[in-house]
Design a protein around this ligand. Sequence first.
Ligand SMILES: [Zn+2]
Length: 339
Amino acid sequence: MKKRLEQLKENALLKIKSADNLSALQEVRVAYLGKKGELTALLKGMKDVSPEERPIIGQFVNETREALEDLFETAKAQLRLAELKVQLEEEVIDVSLPAKKQKTGHRHPNTIALEEVERIFIGMGYEIVEGPEVEYDYYNFEALNIPADHPAKDEQDTFYINEKVLLRTQTSPVQVRIMEGAKPPIRILAPGRVFRSDEVDATHSPSFHQIEGLVIDKNITFADLKGTLATFAKELFGADTKVKFRPHHFPFTEPSAEVDVTCFKCGGKGCRFCKNSGWIEILGCGMVHPKVLEMSGIDPEEYSGFAFGVGLERIALLKYEIDDMRLLYENDERFLRQF
Ligand SMILES: [Zn+2]
């Protein structure tokens, strides 16, 4: 029995020495001192030992157990120290390395373009106003002279929350809300996000931005509208920029026009950018329809006004000569960092 114990101790010692990490050492420990370990198995043989010998053997077993425990503890401490040393070497901090650069973002091209447009109109005495993106059908269509069966409603198909509430298709409802609540003179610029159920492509997105302007006062004429937009175009695209008004139709203005500016790339001679026409279309506008004024509680006999609407993305794309609207929304840093 004593011999077997000595043999066991010797074997254990060899295995402890060969264990080169903490988990391997723990396995050796379980194999010898665990409930199903070799030492425990040996103890079960105690019943075969004669009663006289039992105390001596028992003491020897205890000594062996203690000795093994000591060996394990020592080995464990050594392995821990070794692992710590490796860890310290691997995780060394080089204080001479340069610090990590803090990345500071900057304004999106849309925001830069919007601030530029706002600056121009604030300079002309306009007030910037905002309205809800989730809007009543009444403000988005009806109050703008677009009744339920009007074809313009199909063109501006949108996302309905319920029969009466939708995601606005234009920023024009802000104008109605202002006209309802304020007394002329009114001079506002309403920028904001609008929605259409359009498929995404190079020039369309289900969500984009409009900037609308509205002026209502006594004796406002088409000449005021032309002067205002000519000033805007010169400020935005350069002092030599000319504007051209083409007749158009919008339900909420009469007369209505689309506005082109001379190409800022070629000055109107014609180039690839303006598809050789010398002109670039930038916005729609017109004199506010008397019916729209009336519905908002403004007397069309006393007051008149004009309105215009421009796509913010259109301005950003032109300003930075970007040919695909999707780039504005992909959040690709390599693209955005250029502005
Ligand atoms: Zn051109």
